[in-house]
Design a protein around this ligand. Sequence first.
Ligand code: SF4
Length: 351
Amino acid sequence: MLPRWNVTSRVFIPPIHQTPTPLLSAQISTRLPPYYLNMKFSWIDVSIPFFNATPAIVPVSVNWFPNRRCNYECHFCFHTNTNQYILPLDDAKRGLRMLADAGMKKLNISGGEPFLQPRYIGEIFKFCKEELYIESCSVVSNGSKVTEKWLDQYGQYLDVMAISCDSFDMETNIKQGRAEHGTATTHIENVFKVAQWAKDRGIRVKINTVVTINNWEEDMNDQIEQLAPFRWKVFQVLLLDSENTGAETGSLRDARHLTITTEQFEGFLQRHASQTCLVPEDNDAMKDSYLNLDEKMRFLNCMDGGKKPGRSLLDVGVQPALQDSGFNETAFNERGGIFDWKREAPQSLEW
Ligand code: SF4
């Protein structure tokens, strides 16, 4: 850690004939001797060297993308299939243990479609609960590959099942590629099915909706009430270079024609204002407020409008890796990053 010579402190200099010892300003109010009263004081600014330790970031809530593969073709996707790498399970567990030691309390697995790696993510959740005692494990899925068999085996290690659903109109889903291979018509039915399966097993259900030019005018109130999620996260479509801004930035997707204005996003929120579970996230709230970890356990820095991977925490340790993240803890707290994220504890388990 490097010392910084950057603090200027005001030092109180009493009249020289009274005392040879400078008195720090903080002392004045509490230790002012009576003989200083009515005296003429003077001040000088001095620089004091000291070690300005950058406070450690506690990675309370981590969003991990273990693999980018997906069977959907959402045009706005901001974590696209640029490679198919997946860490060996033992390395992944080592990294997660390092994060838990650094203070991680919540792990969310996102993708790609996480359920294309069902055993892998199941073993990760099991490890997180049984060995790391992580408070909350959650997954974001498009719902198409979740099975009851998986839920019976691994559902006990899952607190929250987040299902992506932008529209209850099949045509709209297909228009934005929110469908298996971009064309399947089963998405809405899957959303309801998986939500019920999860609830039956005590897993809390969350719905994630991306608002674009295709769905900002939709009224989703009735179906959201039927699904009754504990949280409905509503995102304004976000552009990220090298992911969804067209070939010029090396992106596999192009969402530039899907963007909406702040007023349009507000219009969507107003229409659904009666949904108490609604948690809005506009572009400003999203940016820099997530600790996003990629397939090689590198934090992704979004400060420059792209997603720049830093050093892998497996190579350099958690704190040096976090310094590359661009994470804004204030923005994380302001968007409500900490919430009631645990499932109801089944009687047979202790977390
Ligand atoms: S479901 Fe859509 S947004 Fe999610 S990873 Fe797949 S293509 Fe991307």
